[in-house]
Design a protein around this ligand. Sequence first.
Ligand code: ADP
Length: 163
Amino acid sequence: MRTAVYAGSFDPVSNGHIDIMERAAKLVDKLYVLITYNLDKKSIFTLEERVNMIKKVIKSDNIEIAWTDDLVVKFAEQHGATALIRGLRNIKDFESEIALYHFNRNIDNRIETIVLFPTYLYTYLSSSAIKELVYYDQDISKYVPSIIKDEIYAGIKRSFKKP
Ligand code: ADP
């Protein structure tokens, strides 16, 4: 059985992430969507909110949502996964993704990294861009699924109050 892990902070999940999740799910028997802590960013949504939002929008039944406060590679080892899925949006992502690839390889070189390029429309989409659009009262319907749009909007508004 082929198992892979697609990790991120998903704070919040966007159409770009979902594009990668659904395409990756077609390549493997089982895909873990793994919610991780990002040491550099303070999170807006709780772990539970993030899990529930992802649950509402994924379609493939071979996706399991999980979370870890450990290294992604360690999670992969413990769950029989042999590949890590990453989304590579543009040249800016390239540097950090290649660094991550080498760090992960140095920890366990049996685990491969598979890079997928997002659909054109999501090439410049990030969770930070969504936060900024909401902060300035802009419409985000092109970038997040309609079923969770209001929840994302309200959560970001709650976290970033204008002075
Ligand atoms: P981080 O853990 O750095 O906060 P994210 O949760 O934003 O990362 O993203 C996790 C993964 O999803 C990364 O591989 C990132 O490149 C990818 N990703 C983020 N946004 C998009 C997008 N719009 N299209 C495709 N992949 C994306």
